[in-house]
Design a protein around this ligand. Structure first.
Ligand code: ADP
Ligand code: MG
Length: 629
């Protein structure tokens, strides 16, 4: 019989994990210093690659990467891009040479890869990577504790949930998921006690993310995020490969897939070498090609400029300019490229913080957070605030979106807005909850639709509908609608970003950016049409109701103005509709004044009767009491 050897002096050691698209790392805090854990080759990076072989063997990391060439369909790279995405998401089809399997009836709507005779989901692939990291940690630490795992700041609820599921599958207890840029800031900020506004510039293998963070006495607030899920070191590799092709005078289309892969590997090595050297000689076919740092700079320039445009937008969203940024944190292997560093420096007008290895900074920050949450040291907790990635609103008249919670609002958060009925005797409101940046409902994502019923009939404009939006710390939205005069209320829980992946979020942001002016014109048109129809209906109704207040000339003028407005509203010029609205207002002004005066006179009459009787009643009661006293 064996006795389990257990060292009671070794408490579970909390770990921090950077589960990256290209590479993953695990770190922990030792003697108050965060350290990454390396493998037997002293390599801290585990490529985020999993190979499923025919005989059932599952290989992870560098060994799996080596098999990608031989088994392209069975070797899953960049599984993170598929996390939390629907099986029918057209975006996922473009990624990689995989064989996708549609979910069977009743199965969850997630991506499935066929790998030999089995089927795996991105959650399982991520779990294999996490398991491998846990084993790496177990080699170094006697007792592996719970983990803090990092996710991109823009990850939606489904993607965060999928990451948690992967950890559970890997047998890891999750202390907390934190945002990658926040982890990077923790690695810098907490150690060095820096407060201020920081930009975290993360250029990895296949993705670019920028985050504007506010650091204040241990409070981390994400002010805005931006990115491109198809921009990274891989693009530099492709551009260098292209450069080599033209140097060899080979046509792109003439290259075989295996030659292309060979060239991409050469390109990556060359890129890494040019980080420290000023020129590199490559032997290719029978030629020697010299690639200089200047060549690389020219290749990288357009990519760097694309990141600049995204940074500019993130700054704009945070209502800041480059001068407001106290420091720039470099994250991701591709920020080692000197031209990228120089670009970042000139863009922000200051040298970026780079004294922590950009490959490791996220994992180190995660380890610090894990230590704060579960470690032995007597340190204060760190409060992390997050933001909602896209605006939340409801549909109002004319298919226009009324944004209730603008994007980048820190969560948990809440906001309310009040609406009223458009028509007389409306007994129900339909509330359509949407998410997106565009002005029209048709261009946003529909999240939920529900109806508040049982409102007693009232004239248009009398009912008061209060809509309350609340987003909790996990990013989940609930909507409460209440009719204030009757107190009728309804509550629905909505998953705010259900089915939205980062690319969709980005696309929606880009669309809003591209269509901003066009959208505003559409919105004005929709709003003016709603107003035109309301005015026509109200005026026509009044003309029928009080014909005795109208002389013939006014009647003719009003009818003409109505006809003109109807014609303008059928067209698509918001300005013309506006003019005709003003014209109808002017034509019916006198009539409206007469109606108003009469209504007031009647109201005064009516009120004086009841007021007098009420006053008398009150006096009577007072006198009665007075007598009794
Ligand atoms: P991710 O966050 O996507 O997992 P990483 O932060 O690990 O990615 O970055 C991987 C990228 O960094 C790859 O494209 C790799 O070629 C690039 N990279 C790593 N080291 C260097 C270097 N010394 N010079 C240039 N690029 C590098
Ligand atoms: Mg990364």
């Amino acid at each position: 019989m064996f006795l389990e050897i257990f060292d009671p002096k070794a408490p579970p050691k909390p770990i921090g994990i950077d589960l990256g698209t290209t590479n993953s790392l695990v770190a922990y805090v030792h003697n108050e210093r965060p350290l990454v854990i390396t493998d037997c080759n002293l390599d801290a990076l585990t490529p985020s690659v999993v190979c499923y072989e025919k005989n059932g063997t599952v290989t992870v990391g560098r060994a799996a990467l080596a098999k990608a060439h031989e088994f392209p369909r069975e070797t899953i790279v960049s599984a993170k891009r598929f996390l939390g995405r629907g099986a029918d998401d057209p975006e996922t089809r473009k990624l990689g040479p995989y064989e996708f399997v549609a979910p069977a009836a009743g199965e969850a709507n997630v991506v499935r890869f066929r790998v030999n005779n089995s089927v795996v989901t991105p959650v399982e692939v991520s779990a294999a990577i996490l398991r491998s990291l846990r084993e790496l940690a177990a080699d170094e630490l006697t007792n592996v504790g719970p983990a803090v795992i990092t996710v991109p700041a823009y990850f939606d609820d489904a993607q965060r949930q999928a990451t948690k599921d992967a950890a559970r599958l890997a047998g890891l207890e999750v202390l907390r998921l934190i945002n990658e840029p926040t982890a990077a800031a923790l690695a810098y900020g907490l150690d060095k006690q820096q407060n201020g506004t920081f930009a975290v510039y993360d250029l990895g293998g296949g993705t670019f993310d920028v985050t504007i963070l506010l650091l204040e006495d241990g409070l981390f607030q994400v002010k805005s995020t931006g990115g491109d899920s198809a921009l990274g070191g891989d693009d530099i590799d492709r551009a260098i490969a292209h450069h080599l092709m033209s140097a060899l005078k080979i046509d792109d289309s003439a290259s075989s897939p295996s030659f292309t892969r060979h060239l991409l590997n050469i390109a990556r090595d060359l890129k890494h070498e040019l980080t420290t050297k000023s020129e590199v000689h490559v032997e290719l076919t029978d030629k020697t090609i010299v690639v200089t740092r200047d060549d690389l700079n020219a290749i990288v320039k357009p990519l760097a400029e694309r990141t600049g445009a995204i940074c500019r937008r993130a700054l704009k969203d945070a209502e800041l300019s480059t001068g407001d940024i106290d420091g720039v944190i470099l994250v991701g292997g591709s920020t080692r490229v000197p031209a990228i560093r120089q670009y970042v420096e000139s863009f922000f007008g200051k040298a970026p913080l780079a004294d922590i290895d950009p490959d490791q900074v996220v994992a180190l920050g995660a380890a610090i957070q894990a230590d704060l949450l579960a470690g032995s040291g007597p340190r204060d907790d760190v409060l992390l605030l997050d933001v909602i990635p896209l605006s939340l609103g409801i549909e109002v008249g004319g298919g226009v979106v009324d944004k209730i919670l603008p994007r980048n609002s820190p969560s948990p958060t809440g906001a309310k807005a009040t609406y009223t009925t458009q028509e007389d005797n409306q007994t129900g409101f339909t509330i359509h909850v949407v998410q997106g940046e565009r002005e029209l409902v048709a261009d946003c994502r529909s999240l939920a639709r529900f109806t508040l019923k049982g409102i007693p009939p009232m004239p248009a404009g009398m009912a008061k509908l209060e809509v309350l939006f609340q987003v909790d710390a996990d990013g989940l939205l609930s909507v409460r609608a209440k009719e204030m005069t009757t107190g009728i209320e309804q509550l629905v829980a909505v998953k705010p970003t259900y089915g939205l992946d980062d690319a969709a979020v980005e696309q929606m942001l880009l669309d809003a950016y591209d269509h901003g002016e066009e959208d505003l014109a559409k919105r004005r048109l929709a709003e003016n049409r709603v107003e035109a129809h309301r005015l026509i209906a109200a005026t026509s109704k009044a003309v029928v109701a009080d014909p005795e207040l109208l002389d013939d000339a006014s009647r003719v003028a009003i009818e003409k103005a109505i006809a003109d407005l109807e014609k303008a509203a059928a067209g698509s010029d918001p300005g013309a509709i506006h003019l005709k609205i003003e014209a109808l207002d002017a034509a019916s002004k006198e009539f409206a004044t007469r109606r108003m005066n009469r209504a007031i006179a009647r109201a005064i009459e009516g009120r004086s009767v009841s007021d007098v009787s009420a006053e008398l009643d009150a006096k009577d009661r007072h006198n009665e009491r007075g007598e009794k006293q």
